[in-house]
Design a protein around this ligand. Structure first.
Ligand SMILES: Cc1cc2nc3c(=O)[nH]c(=O)nc-3n(C[C@H](O)[C@H](O)[C@H](O)COP(=O)(O)O)c2cc1C
Length: 168
C-alpha cells in the first residue's frame, strides 16, 4: 500500500473537540484559508466565502445556536464557510466543492499542528448564525470549522474498503 506525506496526513487527521485555550496566530488562520481557496470547484466557480471569528464575545453569541456550544466557546477560532449564491451554478456540485474546501482547511489545520472539527449541526439555525455574523442573504452558511491547539488525541476507524466497493 502506498504511503506518502499526503496520504499519511489524510489518514492521521482527526476531529479535535478539546483545545488548550492558547490562541492561534493570524498567519496560521491565513494558511488555513489559503488551503480552502485552492479547493477544486465545478466550472472553477469558487463559490465559497469565509468569516473568521476569534473574539470571545462573537463566539459566546454563536455558541447557543448549536448543540456543540462548548466547542464553539472553547476553540480559539471559528471559520464560518458560506455558499455565495450569485457564484453558484449547480447546488449539488457547489456543495461538493465547498465540502472539498472544508476538507482542505481541516487538513491544513492538522498540518500546522492545530486541531479542528467540522460543525454541521449548527446549520439547523444557519440563517440566525449568518445574521449574527453580519453576512447578507447572498450567502448561505454551509459549515463552521472550530480550530484550536489540540488537547486530545482521539482515535477513529473506518469501514473496511472491501465493504465499500459495490459489486457489479
Ligand atoms: C458534514 C459533516 C458534519 C459534521 N458535523 C459535526 C458536528 O456538528 N459536530 C461534531 O462534533 N462533529 C461533526 N462532524 C465531524 C464528524 O463527527 C467526524 O468527522 C467523524 O465522526 C469521523 O471522525 P474523524 O473526523 O476524527 O475521522 C461533521 C463531519 C462532517 C463531514
Amino acid at each position: 500500500m502506498s504511503d506518502n506525506e499526503i496520504i499519511r496526513a489524510i489518514k492521521a487527521r482527526r476531529s479535535i473537540r478539546k483545545y488548550s485555550g492558547e490562541s492561534i496566530s493570524p498567519g496560521a488562520i491565513e494558511d488555513i484559508l489559503e488551503a480552502g481557496r485552492w479547493a477544486p470547484s465545478g466550472l472553477d466557480n469558487q463559490p465559497w466565502r469565509f468569516s473568521v471569528i476569534t473574539d470571545a464575545r462573537s463566539k459566546e453569541q454563536l455558541a447557543p445556536l448549536t448543540a456543540y456550544s462548548r466547542i464553539v466557546k472553547e476553540c480559539a477560532a471559528c471559520i464560518a464557510v458560506f455558499y455565495h449564491l450569485p457564484d453558484g451554478y449547480d447546488r449539488d456540485k457547489d456543495a461538493m466543492a465547498i465540502g472539498a474546501c472544508v476538507q482542505n482547511m481541516l487538513l491544513a489545520a492538522a498540518s500546522l499542528g492545530l486541531g479542528a472539527v467540522w460543525l454541521g449541526e449548527i446549520l439547523k439555525r444557519k440563517a440566525e448564525a449568518r445574521d449574527l455574523l453580519g453576512v447578507d442573504d447572498s450567502c448561505e452558511l454551509m459549515a463552521v470549522i472550530a480550530i484550536g491547539h489540540p488537547a486530545e488525541s482521539p482515535r477513529s476507524s473506518r469501514k473496511r474498503l472491501s465493504s465499500l466497493i459495490l459489486k457489479q
